[in-house]
Design a protein around this ligand. Structure first.
Ligand code: FES
Length: 192
């Protein structure tokens, strides 16, 4: 018996009167497509209206963690200073859609949207947002991300530092803004 059929029988057996059956049907019809859509890697919509400057949230898209970081001015100010320290400062290796090939690697300058998976062997980098040695980094650390597996470091645009195991910058997934604060991750205006 397939999974969907089993669920339908259980739901029918669990309800008593006609009213209860009527109530159960919309629930089933709204849940099942969403499960199917999830499995197929449907786009994920997220409202970032309450994301404070300097705050990062992680959402799941196609089983991958996607970071959304609302970079504050201090974070943004580090980026141009690091062009000589990172391996691919202009993101010429195409780890982002065309509309994010810019100095901040983003559509809106403050909001970084990036897949939180190291491009070396797939570990999850940790946030090391504090400058200096406070979080166990070098004294001149400007803030960014550290992959705990083999030490790759990334700046606030997900650009990998030179001479690190990760071969490329973090991936920026296709995404678009539905409104000023609602982001659709997994699809853009080109339908990617
Ligand atoms: S997996 Fe990140 S440095 Fe190796």
């Amino acid at each position: 018996m397939d999974c969907g059929r089993r669920r339908l029988i259980v739901a029918t057996a669990a309800v008593g009167g006609v009213g209860a059956i009527t109530a159960a049907v919309p629930f089933l019809s709204s849940m099942l497509p969403s499960e199917r859509a999830k499995a197929a890697g449907a786009p994920v919509e997220i409202d970032v209206g309450n994301l404070a400057p300097g705050q990062l949230i992680t959402v799941e898209w196609r089983g991958k963690p996607v970071w959304i970081l609302n970079r504050n001015q201090a974070m943004l100010d580090t980026l141009p200073k690091l062009d000589d320290a990172v391996a691919d400062p202009k993101s010429e290796q195409k780890q982002q859609p065309e509309y994010c090939t810019n100095p901040t690697r983003s559509i809106k300058p403050n909001l970084l949207v990036a897949v939180g998976i190291c491009t070396h062997l797939g570990c999850s980098p940790s946030s090391k947002f504090k400058t200096g040695a406070e979080e166990g980094m070098a004294a001149d650390w400007p803030g960014g991300f550290l992959c705990p597996c083999h030490g790759s470091t990334f700046d606030f645009a997900g650009r990998v530092y030179k001479s690190k195991p990760a071969p490329t910058n973090l991936e920026v997934p296709p995404h678009t803004y539905l409104t000023d604060t609602r982001i659709l991750i997994g699809e853009d205006k080109k339908g990617a």
